[in-house]
Design a binder for this molecule. Structure first.
Ligand SMILES: [Zn+2]
Length: 420
């Protein structure tokens, strides 16, 4: 199955003090045969490293893990190695697995095969960077295929195209048995201009409602050029704003694979334009001290006070920080006691990873930025703010509230991060 935001949130809020959270990303390698053999070797090597680490003789291990947590890690790794044997015979999808046998958790997801590689991680929390990369910058996306008397609407999520049914009432004038799931305005009347006009109005209305209900946030139109103007004339301004691109399509003949391919091209272009635009805006607003900040310390503060609307993360973000084990506060000063609640802190191994629970938990739009020298100069991290607190909200108060509501329990600790 492919994953939903709710599932990613659940994973982001997971925490295990004994470092039993295992994350596995499988990127199928092509061509088959020989490459598959290499996959297996790679996974076995990765598994050995993780186990050695858990058993306490790895170069970076802190204290040897307890027997129970070693057994938990071993059980998960065994299961992952087994799974990879099955994956070899089905090389189309990439896969993500999140496991913690000690807490009886195992989640498996299909992903589009565009991961940087096969990787295995063990830690206090799940490694979600590859997922956040896919999800953070991807709006819920609809694809509408339209001609003079028909309309079909699809969801496009993480590379999966799914047709939506039941959006049109009535769905069809007469019962159909050919599996056609879209809207058919009726063959008998299709030459009648009024019927065509009515049809385009209906489609425009369904698109508007879909956007209003949040069924999708952005959409792409596939149609013949002559029909485009006809539909666009009826679009609500709200729907026009959500339209990120269009492609030429013949509703009756285009395959799902073609629809997916064309739509993904448009999304990629839109994302890279948006990334460039937002990174530029964040940097210039930070300079003018309006609704933008740059640099790790300031961005962390803005995240903790709930100001961030869009986060931009450099691929090369390097920065040291400690995390409070009780309230989750992140601090760029490497202090041993949390300045907010006084509890012990631990240094985080990857600060870009440590901020993800907050980002995912609050549906903050996120883009990874690379190869941008200007962005590099400002510290490889920036944010656009929904507001700028002139007098910053005292974090201590926000944390006290959070500890109170979450009962200091980890799974809930980031939900109440800031009042919205
Ligand atoms: Zn704290």
């Amino acid at each position: 199955m492919s994953m939903t935001r709710e599932q990613v949130r659940e994973l982001a809020s997971f925490h295990d003090e004994n470092s039993c959270a295992i994350s596995f990303y499988f990127q199928p390698s092509a061509p088959r045969n020989k490459a598959h053999k290499e996959d297996t070797i790679l996974i076995k090597d990765l598994a050995r490293d993780v186990l050695r680490h858990a058993e306490g003789d790895g170069p970076e291990s802190r204290t040897p893990a307890s027997k129970a947590s070693r057994e938990s890690v071993r059980a998960d790794i065994d299961r992952i190695v087994q799974l990879t044997n099955e994956l070899r015979s089905n090389g189309a999808h990439a896969k993500a697995v999140f496991a913690c046998a000690a807490q009886n958790l195992w989640r498996e997801f299909d992903l589009p095969p565009s991961l940087p590689g096969t990787q295995l991680f063990a830690g206090r929390r799940f490694h979600l960077k590859p997922i956040a990369h896919l999800l953070g910058a991807s709006p819920r996306l609809g694809v509408a295929l339209v001609d003079r008397h028909r309309a079909r609407i699809f969801d496009l999520r993480l590379g999966e195209l799914t047709e939506r049914t039941g959006l049109f009432q009535p769905l069809s004038r007469k019962g159909r048995s050919d599996g056609y799931a879209g809207y058919d305005g009726g063959h008998a009347q299709r030459r009648v201009a009024d019927e065509v006009l009515h049809h385009f109005k209906t489609v425009a209305e369904v698109l508007k409602q879909s956007l209003e209900k949040g069924i999708f946030e952005k959409w792409i139109l596939g149609c013949q050029d002559t029909h485009r103007a006809q539909l666009e004339a009826h679009l609500h301004p709200y729907a026009s704003q959500g339209l990120i691109g269009h492609f030429h399509a013949d509703v009756g003949h285009i395959s799902n694979e073609q629809i997916r391919g064309r739509a993904e091209q448009i999304v990629e272009r839109w994302q890279s334009d948006r990334r460039r635009e937002l990174a530029g805006a964040a940097m210039s607003r930070a300079r003018s001290q309006t609704r933008g900040v740059t640099g790790l310390r300031r961005v962390l503060h803005s995240l903790e006070t709930g100001q961030v609307q869009t986060l931009l993360l450099g691929e090369n973000l390097q920065g040291r920080a400690v995390e409070c084990s009780a309230c989750g506060h992140l601090d760029t000063h490497l202090v041993s006691a949390c300045p907010l609640c006084g509890r012990a802190t631990q240094e985080v191994s990857d600060v870009a990873e440590a901020i993800l629970p907050n980002v995912i938990g609050h549906d903050i739009e996120m883009f990874y930025v690379k190869d941008d020298p200007e962005f590099d100069k400002v510290g490889n991290i920036a944010a656009l703010l929904r507001f700028r607190a002139d007098k910053p909200q005292p974090i201590a108060a926000a944390v006290a509230d959070r500890l109170h509501t979450a009962g200091a329990a980890y799974p809930g600790r980031l939900r109440k991060f800031a009042s919205r």
